[in-house]
Structure formats: C-alpha cells, structure tokens
Design a binder for this molecule. Structure first.
Ligand code: CA
Length: 317
C-alpha cells in the first residue's frame, strides 16, 4: 500500500466516523404537543416524529380532555419503539367535548405502566426545555392549544427564545369538507389560548384545513404500513382499528402534514403565504389587516410527494 493510498484511506475512515456525529449536530430540536387518542392522526404523527432523521425529539406534551389517558398512550408508543429517552409531560385536564365522547384508542394503553410521564407539568416542562436551548427549539402543536396558550401567558419570557412554532391549526378559505371557513377543532376547543398563541411575538406557521383535508390515507398505503412488520407498523394498525368506527372511515393526515412542514419548510406545499391573522371569539382564524399578526399559511399540499416521504419514514426499519 502506497503512502498516498494510506492517507486517502485514513481520510475516508475519518469522514465515515464523523458522519453520524455531524448528522446528530444538525438535527432539529423539537417539542411536540399533541392530543393523541381522539383522532387517529396524532399517533401516526408521533410515530413519524420518532422516525424522522431530521428531528431530535426532546419531549412530548399532552393537551386537551383526559390528558392522563392521552399521556399513557404516548408513553406506550414510545416504550414499544424503545424510545423511553423521550419524556412525556401531562397538560391540565379539561372537559371532554362533547361530554360523552368515547376514545377507544385509550383501551390500547389503559393497563400500561412500564413507562410513565414525568412529574413536571407540561407547561413548566416546555418553559424549561426552551430556556435550556434558546433560539433552537421548533415547537410543534397538533392539538387544542391549552399548553401553548398557558406557556405564553405564564412564561412570556420564553416566547422570544423559540425558533419556530408550527401548528396544525386554522381554516382560512374553502376546504375539502366545507365550502366556507369553519372554526377549526384545535382553535375551537381552546379559543382564548389560540388567541394568545397567534398574537404572541414568535414566528408562527400554520397548516390549516385548507390543506390537510385533501390528504387522506389510501387502503394500499395503510397496507404498506401494516406489512412493514415493524413495531411501529403493528402499533399504528392497532390504533387505527380502534379508531375506525365504520368501514368507510379513512384517516386524514392533518397532523402529519404539520410535522412535514416543520421538517422541510415549504417543500410539501405549492404556496406558503404570510397573512395577518387573528383568532376571533368564535374560533375563526380571520385575515385582519388592522389587528392580525403575520402568520405563514401553508396551502396547496403536494399530496403524493408528501405521502412518499411520510410512508418511507414510517415504514423504515
Ligand atoms: Ca391532533
């Protein structure tokens, strides 16, 4: 072996040895706030977040309704994937809407105790992580905004320390289910908190119903996840079966689209436009050129491009 060959081989070895460390350094620090357990997209979004090579998931916080049950579900999914390095923090409990709602996904984890949420409440946990990583955290919320609203009101000092806020939230124009804007679920269930989040001085991006309602899971795509044979594929299929209330039920990938936007800003949308938005007292996200704050709104989803990316990550070994 010549001296030059030896030098080249040494350089290649150093490069290979350094690659994982470099990838580690460039991963995006993420906190995910979720109402896992009601609609099915949250569980399938948490799995996506865990599989994403671009995310360093620093914690999961749980919002809305029976937050202890939701947290148990998140804990079991993390445990099944061997990810008990990710803490789960419980948000304040709120009344169920509607009051007699039954969330069958809870049964998947109701006797699960092997991995428990941390004692620190969700809002204190969020504030602590953001202070420890100033200007580095991407805060993603895919449920009603009790936790983020409380964070803004109780810890206003952390607002300028957040790098980016990405929400599955809002309804600006027509969507696949409605010809006119509607008070979107995540806004409607915590209107005062949504007002605080939209009005806060941090950079907000929303993925509204205008986009998400056009992205539904086809049966062949569901089969692909189930047949992947991974612990995640098995868990997601189990949750999907518990959620399905009739044969025609199909998942709309609301929350996953927000996570995709967080990973790759703008890549999966034809148009991302800044609009002055204000949440009104009835839960509408209004364009208001006088009193609105600038929010980036992601429109015209590139359905097939997004799904290819999503399914590749979720089915990865
Ligand atoms: Ca959700």
């Amino acid at each position: 072996m010549t001296c030059r060959t030896r030098i080249v081989l040494t350089l290649v070895w150093i490069l290979i040895a350094c690659l994982p460390a470099a990838a580690q350094q460039t991963r995006m620090k993420v906190l995910l706030d979720t109402d896992i357990g009601t609609d099915i997209d949250d569980g399938w979004a948490l799995g996506y977040a865990l599989k994403s090579p671009s995310f360093e998931l620093l914690g999961v916080t749980v919002a809305d309704g029976d937050t202890a049950q939701r947290a148990r579900l998140a804990c079991k999914l993390l445990y099944r994937l061997g990810r008990t390095d990710v803490p789960v923090a419980v948000g304040r409990r709120t009344p169920a809407v509607p009051p007699n709602r039954v969330d069958y996904q809870f049964t998947w984890a109701e006797d699960f105790h092997a991995y428990k949420p941390i004692d620190t409440p969700a809002v204190a946990f969020l504030a602590d992580v953001i202070r420890r990583h100033p200007h580095e955290i991407t805060l993603i919320a895919v449920g009603p905004l009790q936790n983020l609203g409380d964070l803004v009101r109780q810890h206003p000092d952390v607002v300028p320390l957040v790098k980016r806020v990405v929400l599955m939230s809002g309804s600006i124009g027509p969507n696949a289910f409605s010809a006119v804007p509607v008070p979107e679920w995540n806004v409607r269930l915590a209107i005062a908190e949504a007002q605080a989040v939209y009005a806060a001085a941090w950079p907000v991006t929303i993925v509204p119903l205008d986009s998400t309602t056009y992205v539904r899971l086809e049966d062949s795509e569901r089969d692909g996840v189930r047949n992947s044979g991974t612990p995640l594929g098995v868990a997601l299929e189990a949750l999907l079966r518990l959620w399905t209330d009739r044969p025609a039920s199909r998942m709309t990938l609301h929350d996953q689209l927000a996570l995709a936007e967080a990973q790759h800003p703008g890549r999966f949308f034809g148009r991302c436009e800044q609009m002055p938005l204000r949440v009104d007292a009835d839960g509408y996200t209004r364009v208001d050129r006088t009193n609105g704050r600038p929010v980036t709104v992601c429109l015209e989803p590139k359905r097939n491009e997004f799904m290819a990316h999503y399914l590749a990550q979720v089915t990865a070994k």
